[in-house]
Structures are given as C-alpha cells and as structure tokens.
Design a protein around this ligand. Structure first.
Ligand SMILES: [Fe+2]
Ligand SMILES: [Fe+2]
Length: 280
C-alpha cells in the first residue's frame, strides 16, 4: 500500500437522547461514507460529558458503529475520567471506568503498520496515574511496540496534548491549564521514547482547537473537535477556535494533513452551557 488515508475525529461528544453535536456527527459520518478512508480514529471524548453515563457510551458506540469503514477509538477524560495527578474533573480514571470503555469501544491502546509507518494509539488518561498498574503496563507495552516498528517513522495518537507552550514547561498551578495537557514527568518519559524510536507525528484532541507546529523533528497536530468550540472568546487560546476533523495521508516518505469540516459543520459554542462544569 503506497498511501494510507486515516481520518482522525476528536471530541465528538455525543449523548443519548441529545441532539447536541449529533448534527455535526451525522455530517462527518456522511463525509466518511463518501470518502472511504482506510481507517477512522476517534481520539477521545466520545461521550457528551459524564464518564459514568452508560446510555451515552452506548449511544456514541452505536453512532461510531454505523461507519462503513474500519475504526479505532481512544479514551478521553470524559470517557473514563481525568488524569490522577494533573486532572480537574471530579471523576478520575479507574479500572472500572476503563473496563466500561473497553466493553463499548474496544481496546484503549492499539498499534499497527501501514504505508511504511508505525501507528500507535495510547490511553492518555493513564499518564500520571500515581501508580496504577495499568499505567505501568501501558509504558511497557509502548516501549515494546515502538521497538517493534524497527526504525520506521511512527505516528502517535492520544487524547491530551503533551504540552501547551514547550516541552520544558512546568506543571501549571491553574487547574484549568494543568488539565489541558499531560503532566511534565509523563511528558518527558513519553518524549524520550518518541525520540529514541523515530516518532514523527503526535496527534491529539481535547483542546477543541486546531493547531500545527513542528519541534525537534516531531510534528504536533491538535485536532479540532467535530462537536464544538470551548471557552469564552476572551479566554487564552493556543490554536484556531474552529470545529472540524483531520484527513491524513501517510506515505513511506512522509505525510500530508488537512483540516476538513470547518466550512460545513455547525460551529457550536459550548461555553455557555458548560459554565461551572469541568474540563474539555
Ligand atoms: Fe478532553
Ligand atoms: Fe472534549
């Protein structure tokens, strides 16, 4: 296969019995049915808001399951709870919440190879878990998986970004900022692995903003949400405050990406509804 087309949808935020965001998801699903990428990656925050709303998990799974192409999911803070050391939501990641995710959406991490690339998706919510055995297992699995790519360029998918301004930044005191990315200890450990094993792309969601930059040989792409933009217009934003999704094409000599949907999805603004609630 010379070219592998992968569509990343992030933060689809669907709820049972809710019209909210479903309008956009149905448009995205129609686009996918027409374009037929090789794979769709749903990169976390699949459910509307409450990680423990079983009906929302079932509804989001039902919608994703209608896609006529292969798909893989990764969990976000709204699916299985927030990170233990850097999160903000009252619900935090636990074995029970991870098991619920797996029962609906499949594996919380996965890897495969195509078009001369290694692809790996991990559970960002386990990073900084304060000693949960599942986190240690994921670190071991990730090192083993990256080693198995044998020097091929690799693309890493996870829900939360690694940092906001720079890899060297400390953990923020402000919880709203701290929950925006993974903690500094996990970030350094992850970047050490990325650099040792030729990770060339880190693709994340969570911030509901589009952003793309390259640093030290790694391309970082923040995928917009298909559902909505967050936070008041006056808040500090790092990227484009738009809705959409990412259309990737990988070839042995590189990759292309474009943001799709900003022009035909409805740009819901969720901050009015979410005032007083936690997280993105
Ligand atoms: Fe999120
Ligand atoms: Fe989100």
């Amino acid at each position: 296969m010379d070219e592998y087309r992968l569509v990343q949808v992030a933060d689809i935020h669907l709820g049972a019995g809710q019209e909210l965001h479903l309008d956009n998801w149905l448009k995205v699903a129609r686009w996918i049915a027409r374009e037929r990428p090789h794979l769709v990656v749903a990169n976390g925050d699949l459910v509307l808001g409450d990680p423990d709303a079983d009906a929302d998990h079932a509804f989001a799974r039902e919608q994703i399951g209608k896609l006529p192409v292969p798909w893989r999911c990764l969990p976000g803070n709204h699916d299985i709870g927030d990170n233990i050391v850097s999160g903000k939501m009252p619900q935090r990641v636990s074995d029970a919440r991870r098991a619920r995710f797996a029962s609906h959406f499949g594996d919380e991490r996965w890897a495969f190879e195509a078009a001369g690339w290694g692809f790996v998706g991990i559970n960002s919510q386990l990073l900084g878990s304060n000693g949960q055995s599942a986190e240690a297992a994921q670190w071991d699995w990730l090192a083993h998986t990256l080693t198995g790519f044998s020097g091929k360029p690799a693309a890493l998918f996870l829900h939360k970004p690694l940092f906001l301004d720079h890899p060297s930044e400390p953990d923020y005191e402000d919880l709203a900022l701290r929950q925006s990315c993974i903690d500094s200890g996990s970030r350094q450990r992850l970047l050490d692995l990325c650099k040792r094993h030729r990770v060339r792309l880190v693709s994340s969601g969570h911030k509901h903003q589009t952003r793309a930059f390259a640093l030290d040989g790694i391309y970082y792409i923040w995928a917009p949400s298909t559902a909505c933009v967050n936070s008041p217009p006056t808040a500090l934003h790092w990227g484009m405050r738009e809705v959409g999704f990412v259309d990737y094409r990988f070839r042995p000599d590189g990759f292309d990406h474009r943001i799709v949907g900003a022009d035909f999805l409805f740009r819901h603004e969720s901050y009015m509804r979410k005032y007083g609630a936690a997280g993105e």
